[in-house]
Design a protein around this ligand. Sequence first.
Ligand SMILES: [Cu+2]
Length: 336
Amino acid sequence: MIRRMLWLVLISGALAGCRDWQSAANQAGAEAARIWSLTLLFTIVLGLVWLAVMVAVAIVIRRRQNPPVSLHDATLEDAGHRRNSRVVGSLLAATALTVAILTVLSFIAQRPLFAGRAATAGIRLIGHQWWWEVRYDGATPSQMFTTANEIHIPVGTPIRLSLESNDVIHSFWVPSLAGKQDLIPGHNNSIELLARRPGLYRGQCAEFCGLQHAHMGLLVVAEEPDAFEKWQAAQRAAAEQPQESDRATGAQVFASKPCALCHTIRGTPAGGTVGPDLTHLGSRAYIGADVLPLTPGTLAAWIADPHSVKPGVNMPPVQLQGDELNAVTAYLIGLK
Ligand SMILES: [Cu+2]
């Protein structure tokens, strides 16, 4: 009974996992679709090979022959040996052929991932311990902007992401959209993203990069082209001047504390580049590279003591009075 229940839990857990927003089985991108077909093909072909081997083993075990007792038996056995070596030989050839075909198919499926096809160039993704800097290029400086941990892309357009690292090797992996690619210091890699349907796709750093490696998530938001344009226009704008008095106090707190040394808020003197750009923090769904959903409560908790949320994180706790903390939280969350 217990064993049956365990199986049920295992199977339903595995199936639920397949439909998740971070799953290679829930593919929504061209590259992910190719990788998924390849996975299915490998599973089926290798499953059939395994079955054939098991059947052959079963036959051999059942048909154990007695040792020859006469000269006539011995001649028969010789003929049997010759037949066996023919069978083994052709099976060897079949194995080599299967491996060769699967290798070629796997190469074909992965080639577009690394080939610089006609994809729109446009996004620079820079890995940091333990968050993602996202820079959108543009023809003029006023079109460029920087954000963090959340990549928006228009549905149906292939987008080329250039991958760089600020410190150690990280790896970009959004299984629903594409394969994996490393971000290596001093080296330029790239990967193509093409989302076939709108949605939220979660990604994760896939190369151990230090203490908080497991909390280095990111979100890809694939949206219809006009929604994407709207988002882009909003991100390009500088931060709004706060109107409410508590938020104005919050802006002063931010500027007078060490925050401004590490974070940029465009349109204010804060121009640090050690941590994420906070110009439109309020528009993001998560903070801390996907570690907490963004709400006034989680944001205040993060600012008061980031190390209790993400131990070892490269943001120090900054001494703030209770009202300073409330003011700076209100200011930041209002930066839509
Ligand atoms: Cu990493």
